[in-house]
Design a protein around this ligand. Structure first.
Ligand code: 0WE
Length: 272
């Protein structure tokens, strides 16, 4: 396969990637690396605007499997997995990189979150992982690996992250319960908790600039993370290298989460 290395970590594996919006997406960083490790990939898009972004990206790595998927629609989930079953007959991995909360719920006070805003955030950002895991399970006949993307705001109250933090807390708990359910089938379930990255999901988020500036000052590695960092950790979690691990949340945040505050000797220049 063009661009894939012989002896790749994911040679001959087939995976579904949900959540590519454009070339800066974390899901695209994972897809690119999975492809370079020998995987064959299927993609989904939500809406016409994103189809125009996703289709050329998929084609650039030799994938013609591009199906519509609104994760709130059970019929569309059924369709994607029916097409997977028909085209491939089985599935080895799944990547979930989807989140949404209403913009008004990512400003101001969590105490003002409406019932419908809460339901939207939890449905799209958390329940969708459970629904996709259930649909994927019968296709993962040789075992498998699943990843969902999360964020530190799940465990620490983070300015403006608000109902998304609540949704990510529920997603992280879901990862553990799914890992227990699917472990007997040798299907492993993982979370990747990524540090802040400039993606479409982060655009227009107030305070993003400040977060990207604080990372090099406080994170042990003295830098921001990249989508390639996320892709590399994902390749490990999707491959047999992580055969003995499931249910964990793996931080790809340059170590930010293990610190309590900025080190006084740190000037914020690169740690390298
Ligand atoms: O999980 C995320 C982003 C999730 C997200 C972003 C948006 C922006 C546009 C979910 N829904 C929406 N809805 C919109 O209308 N991140 C980890 C990136 C992020 O988002 C934040 C952050 C960070 C970091 C929002 C507030 C504060 C920090």
């Amino acid at each position: 396969m063009a661009g894939s290395a012989p002896g790749g970590l994911l040679d001959g594996r087939r995976g579904l990637i949900v959540g590519v919006a454009n070339k800066r997406s974390l899901a695209w960083g994972i897809a690119r690396r999975a492809h370079n490790e020998g995987a064959e990939l299927a993609f989904t898009f939500q809406g016409d605007a994103l189809e125009r972004r996703v289709r050329p990206l998929a084609e650039s790595i030799g994938s013609t499997f591009v199906e519509p998927l609104d994760v709130t629609d059970d019929g569309q989930i059924d369709n994607v997995f029916a097409v997977l079953k028909e085209r491939w007959g089985r599935l080895d991995f799944l990547v979930h990189s989807v989140a949404f909360a209403n913009r008004e719920d990512l400003l101001g006070r969590t105490v003002d979150t409406s019932r419908t805003g809460f339901a939207t955030a939890l449905d799209i950002s958390c329940y969708s992982m459970i629904a996709l895991a259930r649909a994927a399970e019968p296709l993962m006949t040789g075992g498998g690996s699943m990843i969902a993307m999360t964020y530190y705001g799940a465990t620490k109250a983070t300015p403006n992250y608000n109902v998304m933090g609540i949704a990510k807390a529920a997603l992280e708990a879901s990862i553990r319960y799914l890992a227990v359910d699917l472990g007997p089938k040798n299907i492993r379930v993982h979370g990747i908790s990524a540090g802040p990255v400039r993606t479409l999901a982060a655009s227009g988020v107030s305070g993003m600039r400040g977060m990207l500036k604080v990372m090099p000052e406080r994170a042990p590695l003295g830098r921001n993370i990249t989508v390639d960092d996320v892709g590399a950790t994902a390749a490990y979690l999707l491959s047999d290298l992580s055969a003995g691990t499931t249910g964990g949340i793996h931080f790809v945040d340059a170590g930010f989460n293990i610190t309590a505050m900025r080190h006084p000797d740190r000037d914020g220049q690169s740690g390298r």
